[in-house]
Design a protein around this ligand. Structure first.
Ligand SMILES: *[C@@H]1O[C@H](CO)[C@@H](O)[C@H](O)[C@H]1NC(C)=O
Ligand SMILES: *[C@@H]1O[C@H](CO)[C@@H](O)[C@H](O)[C@H]1NC(C)=O
Ligand SMILES: *[C@@H]1O[C@H](CO)[C@@H](O)[C@H](O)[C@H]1NC(C)=O
Ligand SMILES: *[C@@H]1O[C@H](CO)[C@@H](O)[C@H](O)[C@H]1NC(C)=O
Ligand SMILES: *[C@@H]1O[C@H](CO)[C@@H](O)[C@H](O)[C@H]1NC(C)=O
Ligand SMILES: *[C@@H]1O[C@H](CO)[C@@H](O)[C@H](O)[C@H]1NC(C)=O
Length: 336
């Protein structure tokens, strides 16, 4: 067992009490009445994409119903003087935040400026001490969200990705976004492409008719000087999965190939048939019992060359007229 610690000297014991009295101002002399009002606590600047919002905790006095208002001031690093924030109006406001974000009404702080902010509470004739946030430069301190409005169009063994930047930079000549694409086949290895400057990216070395998943990520590059570039990554987008297609021309190509293939197979079949027929001609003739024969009339003519060949053929064709006669006979009764 450790011995109990020796009692602290009386002055040390008094310290917390003295601090507390100072804070509440209960026993403070009139000279200190200005500090009755505590400073707004926990002020912080929220920088997300183009948003610039300062917020703090409300100052509440247990036994005083008079309204407490707040005043926000700013200062650029190049300047020594603090100024009230008038647009937006953050002077004598009751809200516990000040939204500087660039809109039609507010200009916002230039994104490459070094800005310091402070806020205090005011009640009647009393004012609090200033609560401060660390200096910031928007481009340096911002949290960059994912690229927005992502559109993926499947192509033939490819995916075309279009999107808009996380936010519009206020000076494109000094700050710009670059983009990276992470993509993978289902159960496949993750791959990365980039950086791209364009916000339209084509992944064109993919297999057709496969499902791919992808994420897009922005990266800010901010030119501080000709040799000094600040760079920071943004949040990756949600995962988008899409199947690559096979496009019309590939389909046509495939159909043409199939047609040519079919034709070749048929031609080969026909060729081999012909080959077999030629090779086994004798055998086939034997099977089909069709010995070559000379037409009857020619045979007769050969036997009796006196008879003219034309007459012989005529004689043969004359019986063919008879069926014609019988046909016309059949058709006549129908007309009557
Ligand atoms: C609050 O004010 C009331 C009267 O206005 C007074 O009676 C009370 O003692 C005060 N309380 C404190 C904690 O000052
Ligand atoms: C921004 O300004 C503050 C004070 O005004 C200074 O301490 C800080 O170094 C400046 N930051 C940069 C990057 O210059
Ligand atoms: C800002 O708003 C407060 C309360 O809404 C008002 O009292 C004050 O006069 C306004 N200040 C300016 C500069 O417009
Ligand atoms: C600040 O203003 C911007 C622009 O009007 C808005 O998009 C954003 O939601 C506001 N933020 C807060 C915390 O009110
Ligand atoms: C902004 O970034 C700088 C450097 O990282 C840092 O010192 C400063 O505290 C940041 N400001 C805020 C408000 O976070
Ligand atoms: C991303 O996913 C989260 C969680 O599923 C969802 O809340 C959010 O709205 C999605 N963002 C976009 C841009 O679709």
């Amino acid at each position: 067992m450790r011995p109990p610690p020796p009692p602290p000297p009386p002055l040390l014991l008094l310290w917390p009490l003295l601090l507390q009295l100072g804070g509440c101002g209960a026993a403070a002399p009139p000279a200190d009445s200005r500090s009755q009002l505590p400073a707004p606590e926990n002020p912080k600047i929220h920088l997300y994409n183009d948003q610039q919002v300062l917020s703090w905790e409300p100052v509440s006095l247990t036994n005083d119903t008079r309204p407490v208002v707040y005043r926000v001031q700013f200062k650029y690093s190049a300047s020594d003087t603090w100024s009230n924030v008038r647009i937006p109006n953050c002077t004598r406001i009751t809200a516990t935040e000040c939204n500087f974000t660039h809109t039609s009404r507010s200009k916002g702080f230039p994104m490459h400026f070094n800005v310091s902010l402070r806020v205090r509470a005011e009640q009647a004739e009393h004012v609090s001490a200033w609560g401060t946030v660390p200096w910031f430069e928007h481009y340096r301190n911002v949290t960059i969200g994912p690229p927005e409005n992502i559109w993926v169009t499947p192509g033939e063994g490819s995916l075309i990705i279009r999107f808009s930047p996380p936010f519009d930079v206020d000076d494109p000549s000094t700050a710009t976004f670059f983009y990276h694409v992470h993509y993978w086949e289902k159960e496949g290895r993750k791959q990365e492409k980039g950086p791209f400057r364009s916000n339209s990216i084509v992944l064109d070395d993919l297999k057709p008719l496969r499902e791919y998943c992808l994420q897009v990520q922005a990266q800010i590059l901010w030119k501080l000087s000709s040799t000094n570039i600040y760079s920071a990554p943004g949040h990756p987008s949600n995962i988008t999965c899409l199947k690559t297609t096979i496009d019309a021309s590939t389909k046509l190509q495939r159909d043409v190939l199939v047609a040519i293939g079919t034709f070749l197979v048929l031609a080969m079949l026909a060729g081999s048939c012909l080959f077999l027929v030629l090779k086994y001609r004798g055998l086939i003739k034997y099977w089909f019992h069709s010995p070559p024969s000379i037409p009857l009339q020619i045979e007769e003519y050969l036997r009796d060359p006196v008879q003219p060949i034309l007459e012989a053929l005529d004689k043969d064709s004359s019986p063919k007229d008879e069926p014609w006669d019988s046909v016309s006979v059949v058709s006549c009764p129908e007309k009557e």
